[in-house]
Design a protein. Structure first.
Length: 183
């Protein structure tokens, strides 16, 4: 009888159905979902859909319909949580990789800036010899013949440049080791 009245839009019939079934449905869902507010929301959604679909409702046994609705609502909720959890794990993993790459790039940029700044502070001849050797990959012999200076002078200037850079970049040693830069 309640179903017939519900189909016609009788609010009293709906309230009676709600009063008869909400606790049973709540406890059925609560066995699988421990969060009371989530269970409450699921049950409210089931009754809201029941009311919205009342006119076209083709139900023989109301209790079987409502308990099936709870079962599917619980399953959908659990599936949704699993998908969200997987996405969160995926996003966290890939975000941390992106952050790590970004941090490394920032450290490298800072290191390059510091090296360039220190190179500019070197005496002209020392800087020129260092750049030819370490950046342009010329040998000591090639540098010596191009600049028309003895090889010992080239070695001395390289030694001075490296000593100065090592001292100046001592705070960046972990970064230098990581990037295996040019020292």
């Amino acid at each position: 009888m309640l179903l017939l009245y519900l189909r016609t839009g009788d609010e009293k019939a709906f309230r009676e159905i709600y009063q008869r079934y909400w606790k049973k449905l709540f406890f059925t869902a609560a066995r699988k979902i421990q969060e009371a507010d989530v269970v409450e929301e699921l049950i409210q959604d089931i009754f809201l859909k029941l009311w919205e679909r009342r006119a076209g409702l083709q139900v023989e046994r109301l209790d079987a319909y409502l308990f099936s609705a709870v079962r599917y609502a619980v399953i959908n909720h659990i599936k949704s949580n699993l998908v969200q959890e997987k996405y969160a794990n995926y996003a966290q993993y890939h975000y941390s990789d992106a952050c790590s790459v970004t941090e490394e790039q920032l450290e490298l940029d800072e290191l390059i800036h510091v090296v360039e700044q220190q190179l500019n502070d070197l005496p002209e001849k020392t800087r020129q010899i260092f750049q030819m050797n370490r950046l342009e990959h010329h040998t000591i012999k090639e540098i010596s013949s191009k600049l028309k200076v003895p090889e010992r002078t080239v070695e001395y200037h390289l030694s001075q440049a490296l000593k100065s850079l090592r001292y100046y970049l001592r705070d960046y040693l972990p970064t230098l080791l990581f990037f295996n830069f040019f020292l």
